[in-house]
Design a protein around this ligand. Structure first.
Ligand code: NAD
Ligand code: LMR
Length: 442
């Protein structure tokens, strides 16, 4: 039996124990001999690994667990790397959200200026990870990447390391499908969807169950309730916080204006930035909600476990854990299963640039994702995507060239920012806040 060695980069992530549970639930499909946890913050990682080891111990004692801050120890001879790094951690996420909001601009970790700031912090560390894996891991090793902002990370790696064996994924489409399935009273696995866009910037154009189009029914439901069931307990912990409930309700706002397709929830930030700012609490953002919620619960659970030996079940797997493991099993076993992932366009959507990193259905094989042809998309969606793509591509040029003007262009083109004047003020404040992370822009 083939067994695999898997490394988790960003081992100190709040998602680690849940992802480990998901891996343990699927050991028959993805047998593991070793799991290596790698993080640049060894202290944080050590606490999280206590929980991860406790989860593993519930299933098996045959997996060797290694915890390290040394790249060679982490990646030597591994088959898979799960990447989930938050460069700058929650302290910087809070600034990504609060600095734009102080200028009355959307404050969000992946959309708008916050996402651009997070992107400027993350591109080089991701490229460094790609290089470590290239240097130490097996030649056919795959990186499966969750690190955000995924669109910008995907573009940065495409440009700087075009031959990297990396597949960039996001749990938002699959989480949106989880809600669709709950509304329709079917299993998520029974949905057959079509989708196009960029990461956090796309639309479901088809939702079928057993060959029957269920989008009209979903549309009717969304008109009344947003993309939520009345019983929100059907939504796993990952999206049960009040900010997420609000976000799924806002699908109604989007579809009241544009009923044709079912949008990715993150489109609320681009289509209704003024409304989002008006309804945001500038003093208490999503970063605070996560620090007071998921992150605090994780470290409390670890503390209690160390005191009592009892591991409270705070790590429900949810779609986040399930999805990365599903994709990896399809990669490992060459199953060719169909998932929504990020790929280089190359004609999949002929009226978008060939070198755009788009998010579309693809068959996941051991040689990588094979996208399904989508065809031309209507002008409205193309125009929106072109603008966002330009913002992200110019941002990557800004960091590779160290160009302030290009950074300003990227901010100005972002649909969440009303003018070049505001773009400059926000950028200048973010430069000060990110002085320990960004290269000099001149
Ligand atoms: P977290 O802050 O709890 O954990 C991130 C870890 O990454 C920290 O332990 C940190 O020390 C580590 N890290 C930072 N820079 C690193 C580097 N250069 N090398 C190795 N480790 C590094 O964050 P989280 O909330 O658990 O999120 C983890 C990641 O997953 C983030 O990038 C987040 O944006 C992303 N995420 C993606 C999706 C998606 O669907 N794509 C969904 C949720 C979260
Ligand atoms: C997180 O999990 O914190 C984010 O990456 C997405 C969210 O829930 O805000």
């Amino acid at each position: 039996m083939t067994t695999y060695k898997l490394a988790v980069a960003g081992g100190g992530s709040t998602y680690t124990p849940g992802i480990i549970r998901s891996l343990m639930d699927r050991l028959e499909d993805l047998p593991l001999s070793e799991i290596r946890f790698y993080d640049i913050d060894g202290e944080r990682q050590s606490k999280v690994v206590v929980a991860a080891k406790a989860v593993i111990a519930e299933y098996t004692d045959t997996i060797q667990v290694v915890e390290t801050t040394d790249p060679k120890t982490a990646f030597e001879d591994v088959d898979f790397v799960f990447a989930q790094m938050r460069v700058g951690k929650y302290a910087m996420r809070e600034l990504d959200e609060k600095i734009p909001l102080s200028h009355n601009v959307v404050g969000q970790e992946t959309c708008g200026p916050g996402g651009l700031a997070y992107g400027l912090r993350t591109i080089f560390p991701m490229v460094e990870l790609v290089d470590y894996v290239d240097q130490y891991a097996k030649k056919n090793a795959w990186i499966v990447n969750y690190s955000n902002p995924a669109s910008i990370v995907a573009e940065g790696v495409r440009k700087l390391r075009p031959h990297a064996r990396i597949i960039n994924i996001c749990d938002m489409p699959v989480a949106t499908m989880r809600n669709m399935a709950a509304i329709l009273g079917v299993n998520r696995e029974d949905l057959v969807v079509d989708y196009f866009g960029l990461n956090h910037f796309g639309w479901f154009t088809k939702v079928e169950v057993d060959g029957v189009d269920r989008l009209p029914e979903l549309r009717e439901h969304v008109y009344q309730h947003g993309l939520l069931t009345e019983d929100v307990s059907k939504i796993d912990y990952r999206h049960a916080d009040s900010s997420w409930i609000k976000t799924f309700k806002n699908i109604k706002l989007i579809m009241d204006h544009f009923p044709e397709y079912l949008p990715n929830p993150y489109l609320q930030y681009y289509l209704f930035p003024d409304y989002i700012v008006q309804t945001s609490n500038k003093e208490y953002t999503r970063a605070n909600e996560v620090m007071d919620g998921r992150e605090k619960t994780l470290f409390e659970t670890v503390r209690k476990y160390e005191e009592t030996g009892i591991l409270e079940d705070a790590f429900a797997v949810g779609v986040h854990g399930t999805f990365i493991v599903d994709v990896t099993i399809s990669l490992a076993q060459n199953l060719g299963r169909r998932y929504l992932v990020m790929v280089e366009n190359n004609g999949t959507i002929p009226n978008l640039p060939a070198d755009a990193m788009i998010e579309v259905p693809a068959l996941i094989t051991s040689s990588g994702p094979i996208p399904e042809h989508v065809g031309e998309i209507p002008y409205f969606y193309k125009a929106m995507i072109d603008q966002q793509l330009a913002s992200e591509k110019i941002l990557v040029e800004a960091i590779t060239e160290g160009s302030y003007i290009k950074a300003l262009q990227a901010f100005t083109l972002n649909k969440t920012i009303p003018s070049a004047k505001v773009a400059k003020s926000v950028l200048d404040d973010l430069i000060k806040a990110n002085k320990d992370y960004w290269p000099t822009l001149s």
